[in-house]
Design a binder for this molecule. Structure first.
Ligand SMILES: Cc1cc2nc3c(=O)[nH]c(=O)nc-3n(C[C@H](O)[C@H](O)[C@H](O)COP(=O)(O)OP(=O)(O)OC[C@H]3O[C@@H](n4cnc5c(N)ncnc54)[C@H](O)[C@@H]3O)c2cc1C
Length: 380
């Protein structure tokens, strides 16, 4: 086994860390308190090639691998959960399905602007009455000549207000067993009948755009159907398997930040005449966080490696997502405890880590759904 990163992966880590430290970190508190999507940061990330890490150069990408991309998400998550979430959603959900399932024409037309960082993409699966039960999709796409006419409503969609395209799941018919066929269709956000509103007042990841989408007789060419019409459901399950690696990486970044902040604070803060890092109660907390961070990293990197090596990774990406996101929540919670009253104050940032980490246990499949995925993989 070789746990070393390649030269390219090491270079990406350094490049993203420098960018995160210099450009994103100084604005992380403001992004959270003002709940303002940092579009200019995304423009810079696009110029650096970060939005195209796992895509080939011929489609505007950087020609990197999933592990490099996971490292980039980890580094951005380490300084800002909001930016990390929008980044992970743009790449894993907005762009990747086009790369996985798109035709050559679709890749040229729709993937290239996303991978080259000139535009953002979104993925609209969740509906008001279809969350964990995504098969309960109510949005419909009816064929009319060479077009689909789409009607429905999507909720909680990341980046939609700033997106050029949204991959929308919709019912396109029934199979032989009478069950709904769900397909994925690329919808340009400037199509007539698309209304996007972003009025959610969120607990965390407040600078990440989250929007509601109403599709009212939206007409798009049938050529925008993504992949196999009958396999839309399995396509988005595959997409979510990949997306989970990036949400896990984001959890890892937040957990790492919680560890670094806590360790530094514990060494500096003096009570009873000595640094609180001398107290075993604090040391045990730090030891637990450090151990869980390392275990999360191993699982995140392993699942990325499996994907890069074309091996099955459904179970491992669920392990990674479940463990790393719950680690992030525990680590942030203990980071507040280690900071005492100061940890409860915004300027110390650890309370933001906790609010941001909570979302990771919900989005892209809740912790309960990860356990279901794992149990199914075990043959239950
Ligand atoms: C900030 C944010 C960003 C998001 N971004 C996107 C996005 O870009 N695109 C997108 O499509 N969606 C997005 N989502 C939606 C997200 O994926 C869903 O919220 C999530 O899948 C859960 O669905 P739900 O909210 O309807 O909860 P529900 O499915 O109603 O779940 C409620 C509770 O019941 C539990 N539960 C449900 N079914 C089962 C079961 N079978 N067994 C055990 N427990 C169960 C859940 O685990 C949860 O605890 C986002 C959500 C948020 C909050």
């Amino acid at each position: 086994m070789d746990f070393n990163l390649t030269k390219e992966q090491t270079m990406i880590r350094k490049m993203v860390r420098d960018f995160a430290e210099e450009v994103i970190k100084p604005r992380a508190i403001e992004i959270d308190t003002e709940a303002k999507f940092p579009l200019d940061i995304f423009e810079q990330m696009g110029e650096l090639g970060l939005l195209g890490i796992p895509f080939p150069e011929e489609y505007g990408g950087s020609g990197g691998d999933t592990l490099s991309y996971a490292i980039a998400v980890e580094e951005i998550g380490r300084v800002c959960g909001s930016t990390g979430l929008s980044y992970a959603a743009a790449v894993s959900l907005g762009a990747s399905p086009i790369y996985y399932f798109g035709t050559e024409e679709q890749k040229k037309e729709f993937l290239t602007p996303l991978a080259s960082g000139k535009a953002l993409g979104s993925f609209g699966l969740t509906e008001p009455n279809a969350g964990s039960d995504a098969g309960g999709t109510k949005t419909t796409a009816v064929v009319d000549g060479d077009d689909f006419i789409i009607n429905g409503e999507k909720c909680f969609i990341t980046n939609a207000s700033f997106a050029k395209t949204i991959i929308v799941t919709a019912v396109t018919g029934k199979n032989e067993k009478g069950k709904n066929i769900i397909s994925a269709i690329i919808v340009p956000t400037d199509a007539e009948g698309v209304t996007i509103t972003s009025n959610y007042d969120k607990m965390g990841v407040r600078g990440s755009d989250t929007a509601e989408i109403v599709l009212d007789n939206v007409r798009v060419p049938r050529a925008n159907l993504l992949g196999d019409e009958k396999k839309g459901f399995s396509q988005f399950l595959y997409t979510l398997d990949g997306g989970r690696i990036s949400i896990a990486a984001l959890g890892l970044g937040i957990a790492q930040a919680s560890l670094e902040k806590s360790l530094q604070y514990a060494k500096e803060r003096k009570q009873f005449g000595k640094s609180i890092s001398n107290f075993q109660a604090i040391q045990f907390k730090l030891a637990d966080i450090a151990m869980e961070v390392e275990l999360s990293r191993n699982m995140v990197y392993k699942s990325a490696w499996l994907k890069d090596n074309d091996k099955p990774f459904t179970k491992e990406s669920a392990y990674a997502k479940l463990f790393a996101t719950e680690t992030a929540f525990r680590a942030a919670n203990q980071a507040i405890q280690i900071h005492g009253g100061y940890g409860y104050m915004r300027e110390y940032e650890v309370e933001r880590y906790l609010r941001d980490a909570k979302l990771l246990e919900i989005g892209e499949g809740t912790s309960e759904i990860q356990r279901l995925v794992i149990a199914r993989q075990l043959g239950c």
